[in-house]
Design a protein around this ligand. Structure first.
Ligand code: ADP
Ligand code: ASP
Ligand code: MG
Length: 241
């Protein structure tokens, strides 16, 4: 039995149909007898739309309230995915970052995770539940909701994997792995089978958005093996170790 963390990005959970597809993959992994934590992003363009919505109300909003608003996107995905898993007769529980004990500093809109109180997560896993956690968000010691910066669900997944000493953190996205260049812009770009943390760190710091920079930093520090792969196919992706 392995402990696996899977993260699904915005395009992987963009529609009800996609969420049901993801639930199938999650249930298949669980049936292979693994403990499973799933981290989700907001559906499709939800975060962009929430930002636009706030702009209509107040172009210079209080960051605390902006974070509270943005955090709702991931909560919607987590609740829907847990319900989709339940519809397939597996036990699943959805957590916000508050419920999952993901504690950050107070820097709203680009908070950093300081620690994760894993007690409640472990309780659910030990009950045999699949745990679905809302990505991209945290809570300060004073109970304000924070967000981790755009693309931050990757960081939630890797930090949770590090805290739980997971065997692997699988990042499911809309491309088949890490390529030599953005495959949407450079069609002849090559998929990399395996790269080091330092090589990925370099790509992420150049702005390659397939992985959040902070996620790579945490993976390197805590030696979390990462597998970047597509949620649209079953092909092997890129291993970062
Ligand atoms: P998610 O919503 O799953 O987090 P992102 O949109 O944040 O996905 O990241 C995936 C995107 O990263 C791809 O669609 C691709 O266009 C882009 N990308 C940029 N550079 C690369 C690269 N070198 N390899 C793979 N994807 C890349
Ligand atoms: N939903 C957030 C964003 O769009 C976080 C993420 O997708 O990782 O930036
Ligand atoms: Mg992303």
């Amino acid at each position: 039995m392995a402990l696996i963390v899977q993260k699904y990005g915005g395009s992987s959970v963009a529609t009800p149909q996609r969420i049901k597809k993801i639930a199938e993959r999650v249930v298949k992994t669980k049936k292979e007898n693994h403990k499973l934590v799933v981290v989700v992003s907001a559906m499709g363009d939800t975060t962009d739309n929430l930002i636009k919505l706030m702009e209509k109300i107040n172009p210079d909003p209080p960051k605390r309230e902006l974070d509270l608003l943005l955090s709702t996107g991931e909560v919607v995905s987590a609740a829907l995915l847990a319900a989709a898993i339940s519809a397939k007769d597996e036990k699943a529980v959805a957590f916000t970052a508050y419920q999952g004990g993901i504690i950050t500093d107070e820097i709203h809109t680009k908070a950093r995770i300081q620690r994760i109180n894993t007690r409640k997560i472990l309780e659910e896993l030990n009950r045999g539940n699949i745990l679905v956690i809302a990505g991209f968000q945290g809570v300060t010691p004073n109970d304000a909701i924070t967000t981790l910066g755009r693309g931050g669900s990757d960081t939630t997944a890797v930090a949770v994997a590090a805290a739980l000493k997971a065997d692997i953190c699988e990042i499911y996205t809309d491309v088949e792995g890490v390529f030599t260049a953005d495959p949407r812009i450079v069609p002849q770009a090559r998929k990399l089978k395996k790269i080091s943390y330092d090589e990925m760190l370099e790509l992420a710091s150049l702005g390659t958005k397939v992985l959040h920079l902070r996620a790579v930093e945490i993976a390197k520090k805590f030696k979390v093996p990462l597998h970047i792969r597509s949620s649209f196919t079953d092909r092997e992706g890129t291993l970062i170790c």
